[in-house]
Design a protein around this ligand. Sequence first.
Ligand SMILES: [Mn+2]
Length: 212
Amino acid sequence: MARPPQQQCFFTDTTFDPQQGVAMPQADVYWSPNWLASNQADAFFTSLREQAAWQQLPISMFGRTVMQPRLLAWYGDHAYTYSGLTLSPRPWTSELLDLKARVEAATHARFNTVLLNLYRDGSDYMGWHRDDELELGKQPTIASVSLGASRRFLFRHPKRQLKREFLLDHGSLLVMAGETQTHWQHSVPKTQKPLGERINLTFRWLNSEEAK
Ligand SMILES: [Mn+2]
């Protein structure tokens, strides 16, 4: 199975000067607000909201089975195993290929799958976790595009008791690479604020040989 040509990210977009790498120890995090023009971001939001294959899946939490507090859709070249569920991927759409090409051009990384999450309002959330599935390999480059309502995105480094926070707004790009997943956890907390919908796309490279 092909490996991504570059595991490392190199940012070529002028808004993505490596100097803008965020000051976080034991992490490679890059942040570009206004990465998409707002009319482009609007168009992606509208069509993905209407056309993506959204589903709400059960998840096991503290020994109970509950529905995940968000909707998701999975596209690309590999199945995805997540909390004991195996998701069959939908084939790439032209729109997702377009967005993937833009992300690849900005980061010089390569991606073969994308996970879409839909946060319907402030009560949808993502708990603390690492993206540490075996198929991602040891130092995955994960590129996260946000559309719609702005949500707080938190990092914590449990050993050093550090925290960082980003406001992931419409059309922004956040990239996590290098050792980020080894040392840091991340989450999207609930909020009481009345908020609209947010779509988040995380582009990833999955190695099928690690999956077996
Ligand atoms: Mn994650």
